[in-house]
Structure formats: structure tokens, C-alpha cells
Design a protein around this ligand. Structure first.
Ligand SMILES: [Zn+2]
Length: 391
């Protein structure tokens, strides 16, 4: 329904609610018409009929006759304004509602929550934060929603410690559902610690992240990085191999350090065994390329070529094709050099504009990995792209 039609419907509903309220008080309609308040309604309706919506709204708000039947209608009016981008009018409706002493405590909390959302939409985050912090401490039916909104502000502002505190209270109230999100927030704290060169602090944050979500891939990847920086290669390998069990889609993000740690600790054979197991369970271009690399390093180009060709037949990919051309370039057949290079240029161009990561919640895609989707603001929904154009 177009907004204007919905607005008309809401205003008529307010008018009907007003009449109904008066009927309940056993007053005659004629009395209502004589009352200056009811005149406001007719003036408002007149504006509405003449499509002067702004004047109509002003008049209706002035004539606000609040009872238990009209609160919902006024809230609908407020959210309609908000949707139309007229947030200052929505604020006005909600502030007027709040000024009414006849609101029940639950109604008052609900209106405050709506007002806080208006402030968020208007970018008045300090005001919204103060209201929501207060509401999230009150024992009301809207406590969870107030905490959720407050959390959005802290996440937007990258205030991770405060975000953790709110989410911990939601975790206590609502349980496991908040575990993965909480683990991501502890990972943010761990990253902050690492930026200050506080590895011990980062380790503490990561331990808590695992206690909230033992399958937190991100915590494994950060821990793998810390272990690598401290030269503990066995720990790097143990930590990063866990990623394949936690969520195989993130294996590509673990391969670089796994390869380096295996090389540094002379455990390439074991690494190749791990990659082969990954490949048999979840075919992935990045794993195929890592295995091909190991074969090339062991100077077995012939077998590398055979292996890669076979894998490409099973699961075609542009990156795999590029690697295949690389191998062909070692010993190009007579006259094939120029065409192989041209083919590689074409593939590079095709890959140039392709996204490497995609959110499976909203479809957002890009070249950089985000744990917190910039579009839908979900956590852990972006993964490396798989398939022919994938990793
Ligand atoms: Zn998304």
C-alpha cells in the first residue's frame, strides 16, 4: 500500500479511535462535534482530503486524545513517518505520547524504545544510547529489544567492550543464540589487544571467545597468527587444522600460515596428508592449488600437471586453470608460448572484477574479508566464494 494511503488509513483510525473512546464514555456524537477537540479532527480531515498531509498531521497531533485504544495507532503513525524519512515528525509523535500521564508502564517503555530508534535514525546516538541503556536495565517485555538496539549502536561505534557487556547480559537472558556473536566481539577485543602488542591479553580474549562458541573459526585464525608470530609451529598447525572441522568454508583463510609453519618445521609431508583429507571431504580450489604447489616444490612437475588436470576436470575453476597454464609455461610446446600467455591474460582480466567473498545472508560481495557484514550487519555470514570463479 502506498505510504499516503496508509497515512490516510492511520489518521482515519485515530479519528475512529477517538469517536469510539467518546462513545465508551457514553457521550453523544453531537457533544463531540461541539467540543473544540473534535473540531481539530474535522479540520485535520479536511486538510487530509485536500492532500495537505503536513497540516493534517500537525492538527491531529495537536488534537491527540490518548486512550488505550489509540496508542497503537499513534505508534503506527510514528513508524510511518520514520519510513518516509520524516524522523523529526516521528520524534514529535513519540515525545507527545510520552508526555501523557495516562500511559501504562509497559506502554511508556514501548514509546521510549520507539523514540530511541528515532534518535538512532536521526544520528543522535548519544541520546539513543542513554535511553536504551536505561531501558535495557529495566525488567520489561521490551528489555531484549532495547539491548539489541543498544548493541547496534556499540557495534556501529566499534565500542567492543560495551558491546561485550550488553551481549553477555543477553547471553545470560536468552542463552546459546548469542554465543557466536559474543565470540566475534571477543575476537574484536583480541584484535585491539594485538594492535597494542598485548599478545597475552589477546590470548585471554580468545579463550573467552572459545568458551562462548567453541567453533569460532575467527578465534582459531587469530590464535594461529599469534602462535606463528611466537614461532610455535606445532601449535600453529594444530590450531589452524581445526578450521576444517569448525567450518570448512574458511579453509582458504588458514592455508597461507599452515604452509609457512609446515615449511619452517619441515612437516610438508604431513601437511600434504592434511590437504588430501580436506580435498576428499570438501573439494576446494585453494586446497588443490596448495597441493599442486607442494608437488612443484618437490620437483615433481609432471605429477603436479597430471594432478591439477584431473582436479580441474572434476571441479573447474579459473584460478585452477591459471595455475595449469603456469605449469605448462615451465616447458611450453613449440609455438605455444604466446597463446598460453594470452590465455593467462584473459583469465586474469576475468578474475579482476570478481568478488572473493560473499555474504550468504544478504548477498553483499567484495574483495576483502569482513567478519561483520557491512550491509546486513550480521556476524560470520561472509565466506570465501567457491566454484568456478572462487578461491
Ligand atoms: Zn550481509
Amino acid at each position: 500500500m502506498p505510504d499516503i494511503a496508509l497515512l490516510a488509513l492511520i489518521l482515519v483510525a485515530i479519528f475512529a479511535g477517538y469517536l469510539f473512546g467518546r462513545a465508551e464514555k457514553k457521550k453523544q456524537l453531537v457533544q463531540a462535534q461541539q467540543n473544540p477537540l473534535s473540531k481539530e479532527y474535522f479540520v485535520g480531515l479536511n486538510y487530509l482530503l485536500n492532500e495537505q498531509t503536513d497540516e493534517a498531521i500537525e492538527t491531529f497531533i495537536k488534537a491527540l486524545d490518548l486512550n488505550n485504544d489509540t496508542v497503537d495507532t499513534y505508534l503506527a503513525l510514528g513508524s510511518l513517518f520514520c519510513r518516509r524519512g520524516e524522523v523529526e515528525k516521528s520524534i514529535r509523535v513519540h515525545q507527545d505520547l510520552l508526555a501523557r500521564p495516562s500511559l501504562t508502564p509497559d506502554q511508556s517503555v514501548r514509546v521510549q524504545l520507539e523514540l530511541a530508534k528515532d534518535y538512532m535514525t536521526a544520528g543522535l546516538l548519544d541520546r539513543a544510547e542513554a535511553m536504551l541503556a536505561d531501558l535495557s536495565r529495566q525488567n520489561s517485555p521490551f528489555r531484549t529489544e532495547a539491548s539489541e538496539q543498544l548493541l547496534k549502536i556499540y557495534e556501529q561505534e566499534r565500542e567492543w567492550q560495551q558491546a561485550v557487556e550488553v551481549t553477555e547480559s543477553l547471553f545470560r537472558l536468552k542463552g546459546e543464540y548469542y554465543g557466536p556473536r559474543l565470540a566475534h566481539l571477543y575476537c574484536e577485543l583480541a584484535e585491539d589487544c594485538l594492535n597494542r602488542n598485548d599478545r597475552a591479553g589477546a590470548r585471554r580474549c580468545l579463550r573467552t571467545a572459545f568458551s562462548r562458541d567453541r567453533d569460532c573459526v575467527r578465534a582459531s585464525l587469530i590464535l594461529g597468527r599469534i602462535e606463528f608470530e611466537e614461532g610455535r609451529d606445532r601449535e600453529v598447525i594444530r590450531t589452524l587444522q581445526k578450521v576444517s572441522r569448525q567450518n570448512y568454508r574458511y579453509i582458504p583463510l588458514s592455508l597461507d600460515l599452515l604452509e609457512k609453519a609446515s615449511g619452517r618445521s619441515n612437516s610438508e609431508r604431513a601437511h600434504a596428508g592434511y590437504l588430501s583429507r580436506c580435498l576428499s571431504e570438501h573439494p576446494d580450489t585453494s586446497v588443490v592449488l596448495a597441493l599442486t604447489n607442494i608437488l612443484v616444490k618437490s620437483r615433481d612437475e609432471g605429477f603436479a600437471l597430471e594432478f591439477l588436470t584431473e582436479q580441474l576436470r572434476r571441479n573447474p575453476s579459473l584460478k585452477g586453470l591459471n595455475a595449469l597454464i603456469d605449469l605448462q609455461l615451465y616447458k611450453p610446446a613449440d609455438g605455444s608460448l604466446t597463446s598460453l600467455r594470452l590465455l593467462q591474460e584473459v583469465i586474469d582480466k576475468m578474475l579482476e572484477g570478481k568478488a572473493a567473498y560473499q555474504c550468504h545472508s544478504c548477498g553483499f560481495s567484495g574483495k576483502e574479508m569482513h567478519w561483520h557484514c557491512p550491509r546486513c550487519l550480521d556476524w560470520g555470514t561472509i565466506t570465501p566464494v567457491q566454484g568456478i570463479e572462487g578461491s
